[in-house]
Design a protein around this ligand. Structure first.
Ligand code: FE
Length: 212
């Protein structure tokens, strides 16, 4: 039996892999960059074949890795993770620098940046493992790198907050514990008339506190 959820216990990170080929820049979000040797310094990076970045790295034989930090915003990840570089320039309006190979490196929401030179590729079906030499590496910020687990939690919390906003707030009468639900009543709490009182204990709006 294979419980796929078990794989969430295996730590991964979150990175932008980006390159330039024939004057065009592109990047995609990946979760696997691993250091494999120290002397000389080598890393592997794994990219899904269906990404345009994959085909471009196959040609350019180099990539810039931006290591996302705990401060990265979901929109920053979403921009590179979910939009396709085939239809739009993902770097349009994004702050970045370039390494000596012309690979774009992010300047915001990242802990470190690396330049990788591809030495070998391993075809693993849906993905390619790029075995690379690290030719440049720089720490950008003291903020720790985000783990894939932290990113998933961030995304789930965001979805929950969004759902609650759509559902409307809930206000608790601190006297009798009656809960006023905006979704159920169809009227935002703030729009209730000033003389509105708790339907249970008759206390004014001022004794209510927002709990959700
Ligand atoms: Fe009450």
């Amino acid at each position: 039996m294979v419980d796929y959820a078990s794989m969430y216990k295996v730590n991964c990170g979150l990175f932008l892999a980006a390159t330039t080929w024939e004057g065009r820049k592109n990047g995609c979000v990946i979760n696997t960059v691993l250091q494999v040797t120290y002397e000389p310094l080598k890393c592997i990076a794994v990219i899904e074949k269906k990404n345009l970045t994959h085909d471009m790295v196959m040609q350019s034989k180099t990539m810039g890795i931006s290591v996302f930090s705990e401060e990265v915003s979901l929109s920053q990840i979403g921009r590179f993770g979910f939009a396709s570089g085939r239809e739009q320039d993902k770097f349009d309006g994004v702050e970045y620098t370039e390494d000596q190979r012309g690979n774009p490196l992010l300047t915001q929401g990242v802990s470190a940046v690396l330049t990788l030179e591809v030495e070998q590729t391993v075809d693993v079906g849906t993905h390619t493992i790029f075995v690379c030499a690290v030719t440049e590496a720089r720490t950008v910020s003291d903020v720790p790198a985000i783990t894939y687990q932290q990113y998933r939690d961030k995304k789930l919390n965001n979805q929950k907050a969004q759902q609650e906003q759509e559902d409307g707030g809930v206000y608790l009468c601190t006297i009798c514990k009656y809960e006023y639900s905006e979704a159920k009543e169809g009227v935002p709490f703030d729009e209730l008339p000033d003389d509105w009182v708790c339907p249970i204990c008759g206390q004014p709006k001022s004794v209510f506190k927002k709990i959700r």
